[in-house]
Design a binder for this molecule. Sequence first.
Ligand code: COA
Length: 215
Amino acid sequence: MDHWPFRNLVLRTPRLELRPDDDEGLVELADVTLDGIHPPDWMPFGVEWTDAPRDKLGINTFQHYWRVRASLTPERWTLNFLVRLDGRVIGTQGLGADDFPILREVTSGSWLGLRYQGQGIGTEMRAAVLMFAFDHLGAVAARSSAFNDNAASHGVSRRLGYRPDGTFRQVRRGVAAEQTRLVVTPETFRRPDWALTVNGVTPCLPLLTGREPTD
Ligand SMILES: CC(C)(COP(=O)(O)OP(=O)(O)OC[C@H]1O[C@@H](n2cnc3c(N)ncnc32)[C@H](O)[C@@H]1OP(=O)(O)O)[C@@H](O)C(=O)NCCC(=O)NCCS
C-alpha cells in the first residue's frame, strides 16, 4: 500500500523535472524566494505573499505548501510541482481543481526565480502540466488568469493556445488592477514539439479524479 503516491509522481520535459512538493525541495524553494521572483516595485500575484518581511518568507512558504498538501481531496486539490533544472529547484508550477470528478477542469499558477525567467522555462513547465491534465487526468479545460501588465504570463498563455475569457478587477497594493481570465481546451492547446514523460501516475488517479484507473 502506497500511502502517499504523489511521492513517486514525476513529469519530465526536455530540460525540467516536475515533482509534487516535498520538504527537502521546499528548503530549496524557500531559498529561491529570497533571491527574488519579481522587481520590488511590481506585484504579479493576486495574493501579495512576496510582500511579507524577508525573514518570514521561508516559514510562510513551508506553512502554505503544507496546508495545500494536507487538504487534498478529489473535490478540491492543488498539486504544487517543484520545478528542477539540472537537479536544482528553480520555481514551482501549481495545478489545481475544484470538483474535478464532475467539472473536469483545472487551474494553474506558477513562478520562477528571477534569474531563470525569460528562457522559455515557464512555457515548458506550463505545457507539462497541461499535457498531464489533458492526457492523463482527462481534463476538458484548463484555466488561468494574470494581471494585464504581466507580459511573461500572458506570453506563456498565448504561446500554448489559451483564449481570453473575460476580466475581473481586484485591489493590488491598495490600487484597482485588472486581471484577464484565460482558458485552453485539448482542441485549442498548441502542443510543444516534444513529448512529456510521466511516471507514477496510476496510483494518484483516484485521489485526483475520484475514479479508479480504467486500464
Ligand atoms: C510568468 C513566468 C512563470 C513565465 O515564465 P518565463 O520562463 O519567464 O516565460 P518564457 O520565457 O517561457 O516566455 C513566454 C513568452 O512570454 C514572452 N515574454 C517573457 N517575458 C516577457 C516580458 N518580460 N515581456 C514581454 N514578453 C515576455 C516570451 O517572449 C515568450 O513568448 P514567445 O514564446 O512568443 O516568444 C515567469 O516570468 C515568472 O515567474 N514571473 C514572475 C511570477 C509571475 O508572474 N507568475 C505568474 C503569476 S500569474
